[in-house]
Design a protein around this ligand. Structure first.
Ligand SMILES: NC(=O)C1=CN([C@@H]2O[C@H](COP(=O)(O)OP(=O)(O)OC[C@H]3O[C@@H](n4cnc5c(N)ncnc54)[C@H](O)[C@@H]3O)[C@@H](O)[C@H]2O)C=CC1
Ligand SMILES: CC(=O)C(=O)O
Ligand SMILES: [Mg+2]
Length: 559
């Protein structure tokens, strides 16, 4: 990363490039050399003055969606200023750029659409994939990170077609840059348009994506493979991030590429690791060791099983053999508690299916399912995780049953966005007389209960993937290993002091830059220890901090 931009662009072309544009902050010398005299108002402002103006414009937007649209437009005209605003008001603005408002913006993508961002690849034009990347005009050393989504399971709101892919990839990249200083000029969002099964989109005249059902099977795999081949040939050092794929593809894709590329699936691995971090904190409060946890996961999809896998591995490291660790986990999905007699088990769920003999005497509902309520009553879980998208699934009776059996029930309703949460923190604390240890996927205000203030940690992969990515980029990791995920989780947990009553189990979002630096240093160090680093790392702590891009204007020189 040099200290200045050199550009051959002149005049309006400079102002229209969001990575070069500084608007009223161009100096008189830059205005003269870049042909900007007379194209911007005469005043020369600082980025602080500009930030005050855009913050008041932002505040004047009447709804969260319009705030999101305003920010997207700001990002499209001046990325440095966008990131400056975001960084200075991270806690306030992150939920507008990212979770939960990103969900609303995605639903309205084709209607609020202004400008494209990143790369749009179509399953109907496989030959166009290489051309699309070439048109981006980036050299082989100019891309560190690509976030790609086919948008089949956006957050907890399902299939949102091309706007889902473009919207979630852009949202995740904003977090990468705000949280970990990933250089926005070196990161590319990719929307993988394989069609959509969302009838609302297919019937919407304004929809900007491929107007047919989702392509599946061989052609889908061929498309994903063509994307990976085109991207890795052109940008051999880039980290490939997979986001919001449907459960039938997420794990399959990861397994296909994880050993040979630097790649990870955020919903499985990022989420698993952030939940592990919260559990490591909870263990310190409850005193119940990891290996003695009894874990019920409600919603055994991409995220739910990703979480189960990370917790299972952590229990193995804590002294259990694999089989015993697996038996500490009960997975409940649409079919109720998953057992070896459950119809339609997905391959990645099989490991967690309980022997049916074990539950022979358990109560069944009208459809023959062992419900979440029955599972909780029988198991007496220490930890209940929700990744189901089912609002209100953690009902008062279920939570009271859990709280009757354990002193400090640990409950994580992590489904996004807000309207999908399995329970609200205030209800959970009320139903448990303030004993529950709670973390949620969306940001949540502190809860006052019985005179105590309970800070609610945000168990969202946003606390983890930026540092994981930065650590992988800084070390030029060959691949993302289990060890890197483990140290990332440990780094996050290491930043909280849970000895204070009511303390959050996770560090606060305001500290995202520090969190990401700590995670990145550990991840880069682990890559070096495991022989996976292609970069020289003498001092990972210093090197990752130095690698972080900052939202400050750099001189622009005419080249
Ligand atoms: N906080 C965080 O960092 C993250 C949160 N999530 C959230 O987790 C949720 C699930 O996401 P994914 O795993 O990607 O989706 P998914 O579709 O792979 O998994 C959802 C699972 O819930 C099950 N389910 C749906 N309705 C159910 C019901 N009535 N009873 C029991 N199970 C039911 C589905 O069958 C499926 O197995 C979403 O709300 C998402 O926002 C996902 C990733 C990260
Ligand atoms: C946070 C996230 O990745 C999700 O809800 O899918
Ligand atoms: Mg996701």
């Amino acid at each position: 990363m040099g200290n200045e931009h050199v550009t051959t662009a002149r005049g309006l072309a400079v102002l229209h490039d969001p990575l070069l544009n500084k608007g009223t902050a161009f100096t008189p010398e830059e205005r003269a050399r870049l042909g900007l005299d007379g194209l911007v108002p005469p005043v020369v402002e600082t980025i602080e003055e500009q930030t005050r103006r855009v913050y008041s414009q932002y505040r004047a937007q009447p709804t969260d969606l319009l705030k999101n649209v305003y920010l997207a437009a700001l990002r499209d005209r001046n990325e440095t200023l966008f990131y400056r605003l975001l960084s200075e008001h991270l806690r306030e603005i992150l939920p507008i750029v990212y979770d939960p408002t990103v969900g609303e913006a995605i639903r309205s993508y084709s209607h609020v659409y202004r400008r494209p961002r990143g790369v749009f690849l179509s399953v109907d034009d496989m030959n166009g994939i290489g051309r699309a990347f070439d048109n981006l005009g980036r050299g082989p050393d100019e891309v560190d990170l690509i976030v790609a989504s086919d948008a089949e399971q956006i957050l907890g709101i399902g299939d949102w077609g091309v706007g889902g892919g473009a919207g979630i990839a852009a949202g995740k990249l904003a977090v990468y840059t705000a949280a970990a200083g990933v250089d926005p000029a070196r990161a590319v969002p990719v929307a993988l348009d394989v069609g959509t099964d969302n009838a609302e989109l297919l019937n919407d005249p304004a929809y900007v994506g491929n107007r047919h059902g989702r392509v599946r099977g061989e052609r889908y795999d061929e498309f994903i493979d063509a994307y990976v081949t085109a991207a890795t040939r052109r940008y051999p050092a880039a980290l490939l991030h997979w986001e919001d794929f449907g459960p039938s593809n997420a794990r399959r894709i990861l397994e296909r590429y994880a050993e040979r590329l630097c790649t990870f699936n955020d919903d499985m691995q990022g989420t698993g690791a952030i939940v592990l971090a919260a559990v490591l904190s909870a263990v310190k409060v409850t005193g119940t060791p990891l290996r003695d946890q009894r874990i019920v996961v409600f919603g055994a999809g991409t995220a739910g099983v990703g979480i189960a896998d990370q917790l299972r591995e952590a229990m193995v490291r804590d002294g259990l053999d694999g089989g015993t660790a697996t038996r500490r986990i009960w997975a409940v999905d649409r079919q109720g508690l998953l057992t070896d007699a459950t119809r339609g088990l997905r391959d990645f769920q099989v490991r967690y299916a309980r022997p049916s003999a074990e539950v022979a005497g358990w109560a069944r509902d009208g459809e023959g399912r062992v419900t979440l309520a029955e599972t909780v009553a029988r198991v007496g879980p220490t930890l209940l995780v929700g990744a189901s998208t089912v609002r209100g699934a953690f009902t008062e009776p279920i939570v009271r049953t859990m709280a009757a059996a354990v002193e400090r029930p640990v409950i994580f309703p992590i489904s996004n966005p807000t309207e999908r949460m399995e329970a609200t923190p205030s209800d959970l604390l009320r139903w448990t007389d303030g004993r529950a240890l709670v973390a949620t996927g969306v940001p949540a205000d502190p809860v006052v209960h019985g005179g105590d203030i309970h800070e609610i940690g945000q168990a969202n992969n946003a606390l983890l993937f930026p540092g994981l990515g930065l650590g992988a980029i800084a070390s030029r990791a060959r691949r993302i290993s289990d060890g890197m995920l483990r140290v990332a989780a440990e780094a996050v947990a290491g930043l909280v002091d849970v000895s204070v009553p009511g303390a959050s189990l996770l560090p606060m979002v305001d500290d995202l830059r520090e969190i990401s630096a700590a995670v990145a240093a550990r991840v880069a160090g682990c890559a070096a220890d495991e022989g996976l680093a292609r970069a020289e790392l003498e001092d990972p702590e210093r090197q990752v901090r130095e690698a972080m891009w900052r939202p400050e204007y750099r001189p622009v020189r005419a080249g």
